[in-house]
Write a protein that binds this ligand. Structure first.
Ligand SMILES: [Zn+2]
Length: 277
């Protein structure tokens, strides 16, 4: 049986998803849904650590977040551009993993890689659904997979080329059937905008914090010589403040915010959550 993802979170850098929607992935994994993460770049420009360090750390973080699949594309770090080639790279992943929901970064922000990823991701979702657009399978060098618990990702097309070995086949996206996600959500934690809704992450806050701390090369030495604990304490305070603020908006302890462009649809006004007064 073909296994596909329910939710795929796409972001520019390894550790972006941990910061903006890690708790949401955990909350849905706890409901038995299959979540995945696609990082567009690999972190080769990072001041701290190497791309190899970050690959290892992103795998460890993914396991804490209980995702079924995580990979990084080979888009240059610090140079995420909305090009046709980059749209095709993401579209190949979308066709292979076939998520119903895609989470993208909010479309405004300080870092060009972040806001560019938003539009790039949206346009890739569009391209992935074009029936006559043949985009083939990802080359092995294009996609670095750090977690793969999907036994099979999509049907294999006859033109997939020579098989190298069974392990390669398991790890390589291999479908060219069109797929367009049903829902696109924008993770807006760092954007100064009012969210459309928030997700209660109260019972997942601790694990989500640990997922971020799994990036030891990034978060171990925040204060030179001050050791591990003070840096962690400061980051934790910030995470608590952000999640606490969004939780307060909806009457829960900790939450993550999202924006959707569509209007909401309600069946039953008696069941709408969050008290008005
Ligand atoms: Zn980032």
């Amino acid at each position: 049986m073909t296994q596909s993802l329910d939710i795929l979170a796409i972001a520019a850098h390894r550790d972006d998803v941990e910061q903006t929607c890690g708790g949401t992935l955990l909350a849905h994994a706890a409901r038995g849904l299959r979540c995945g993460i696609l990082d567009l770049s690999r972190g080769e420009l990072g001041t701290r650590g190497t791309a190899a360090d970050r690959a290892r750390e992103s795998g460890a973080a993914a396991r804490i977040l209980q995702v079924a699949w995580r990979a990084a594309l080979d888009i240059p770090d610090g140079r995420v551009e909305n090009t046709f080639d980059n749209r095709l790279k993401i579209a190949r992943v979308l066709r292979a993993t076939r998520p119903r929901v895609v989470i993208l970064p909010y479309w405004q922000g300080r870092h060009p890689d972040h806001y560019t990823s938003s539009q790039l991701g949206y346009e890739a979702c569009f391209a992935a659904g074009l029936k006559k657009l043949a985009i083939g399978a990802a080359a092995a060098s294009e996609l670095e997979i750090t977690v793969n618990e999907l036994s099979e990702v999509g049907p294999r097309p006859p033109s997939a080329g020579p098989r190298r070995n069974a392990a390669d086949d398991d790890r390589r996206p291999a479908t060219d059937d069109p797929h367009r996600p049903y829902k696109i959500l924008y993770a807006s934690l760092y954007a100064d905008v009012r969210p459309t809704f928030v997700i209660d992450i109260t019972s997942h806050f601790e694990a989500r914090t640990q997922a971020l701390f799994a990036y030891k090369s990034q978060y171990r030495d925040q204060s030179e010589g001050a050791g591990l604990f003070p840096a962690h304490a400061e980051i934790r305070t910030r995470l608590e403040a952000m999640a606490g603020f969004y939780g307060l908006l909806a009457g829960v302890r900790y939450a993550e915010p999202f924006v959707q462009k569509e209007v909401g649809l309600v069946d039953d006004v008696m069941a709408i959550p969050v008290a008005s007064i």
